[in-house]
Design a binder for this molecule. Structure first.
Ligand code: NAD
Length: 271
C-alpha cells in the first residue's frame, strides 16, 4: 500500500478531558491520516458520556467519552496517554494486551512506572517523552553539545516556568535537559541541586522552578563562568505543539517493531 492508500490510523486518547487530552482530541481530529478511535476520562468524571470533540471545543465528532480503557484500546492502532503517572500501569498493560502502540507524555514517572513501560515495550512500540516539541528536542541536543564543549568552570543552571496547576517539579523536561548536560560532560547523572543556600558546589547542575498563570512551558539552560554567560532557551506558546508532536509520534509507530523509543528516535535526532 502507498502512503495515500494506507487505512486511517486509529488513535485512542486516554484522559481526554484534561488540558492536554482536549488538545490531543483536537489534533487527532484535524490530522488527515488519523481517526479518533475512542477517548476515555477518569472513571466517575462528569465529562463521561459527552462528545469528545465538543468538549475539546472543535465541534461534535461522534466519539463519546467513555470510562473503560480496555474497550477504548481494543482495535486501536495507538493510544496517546497524558493522564499522569497513576494510571500508567493499567494503560501500559492494556496496550500490550491489545497490541496497541503507546505514546506517553506524562511526567513525574518513578522507577515503577518506567518498569511498566519497559514491560509493555516487549510487545508494542512505546514512545515516551517528557516533551513532544521539536524545539525542546533540539534544545536538549544543543545543551549536550554545549556541555561537552565547556569545562566544569562553567556552572550549569536550568530554569523552568509552568502554569499554576503543574503537579511535578522540576519539570520532566528540566530533568531531561539536566541529563543531556550531564551526558555532554560524560556523566550518567550529574548531582542535581535544588537547595540554593550556601556557595554553589562545583560541577552540580542547579534547578530553579517558577509556577504561575497559564504558562505552557518555558525552559532555559544557563552556562555561566567568570566574565561570560551562555543562555539557551525555549518557550512553548501553546500546548498545541505537544499535541501535534504526540500525534506525529503515534503515526511513527505504524509498522514499527516493539521497543522503548524517545522523541529523538521519532525526529531522527538520535546519535
Ligand atoms: P490534567 O490534570 O489537565 O489532565 C490529566 C487528565 O487525566 C485529567 O482530566 C484526569 O482526570 C485524567 N485521568 C487521570 N487518571 C485517569 C484515568 N485512569 N483514566 C482516564 N483519565 C484519567 O493535566 P495536563 O496538564 O493535561 O498534563 C497531563 C500530564 O502530561 C502531566 O504529567 C504533564 O506534566 C504532562 N505533559 C507532558 C507534555 C509533553 O510534551 N510530554 C506536555 C504537557 C504536559
Amino acid at each position: 500500500m502507498t502512503a495515500s492508500t494506507l487505512a486511517p490510523f486509529r488513535i485512542a486518547i486516554t484522559g481526554a478531558a484534561g488540558r492536554m487530552g482536549r488538545m490531543l482530541v483536537a489534533a487527532v481530529l484535524a490530522h488527515p491520516a488519523c481517526v479518533l478511535h475512542a477517548a476515555t476520562v477518569r472513571p466517575g468524571d462528569s465529562a463521561a458520556g459527552q462528545d469528545a470533540g465538543l468538549l475539546a471545543g472543535v465541534g461534535a465528532c461522534g466519539v463519546i467519552l467513555g470510562e473503560d480503557p480496555a474497550q477504548a484500546l481494543l482495535a486501536a492502532d495507538a493510544c496517546i496517554d497524558f493522564t499522569g503517572p497513576a494510571a500508567l500501569e493499567e494503560h501500559a498493560r492494556l496496550a500490550a494486551q491489545a497490541g496497541t502502540a503507546l505514546v506517553v507524555g506524562s511526567t513525574g514517572l518513578q522507577a515503577a512506572q518506567q518498569h511498566f513501560l519497559a514491560l509493555a515495550a516487549r510487545h508494542v512500540p512505546v514512545v515516551r517523552a517528557a516533551n513532544f516539541s521539536l524545539g525542546v528536542a533540539l534544545l536538549a541536543a544543543l545543551t549536550r553539545r554545549a556541555a561537552a564543549a565547556l569545562d566544569a568552570d562553567w556552572d550549569i543552571e536550568i530554569l523552568e516556568m509552568h502554569h499554576r496547576h503543574k503537579q511535578d517539579a522540576p519539570s520532566g523536561t528540566a530533568l531531561e535537559l539536566g541529563r543531556a548536560a550531564a551526558a555532554g560532560r560524560g556523566l550518567d547523572e550529574a548531582p542535581a541541586q535544588t537547595d540554593r543556600s550556601g556557595p554553589r558546589p562545583r560541577g552540580d547542575i542547579g534547578y530553579a522552578v517558577l509556577r504561575g498563570g497559564d504558562v505552557s512551558g518555558d525552559h532555559m539552560v544557563v552556562f555561566a563562568t567568570e566574565g561570560e554567560r551562555l543562555e539557551l532557551a525555549h518557550r512553548a506558546g501553546s500546548r498545541r505543539i505537544f499535541a501535534s508532536g504526540a500525534v506525529r509520534a503515534a503515526l511513527w509507530c505504524r509498522g514499527r517493531t516493539p521497543g522503548l523509543y524517545g522523541i529523538d528516535d521519532v525526529l531522527a535526532l538520535a546519535g
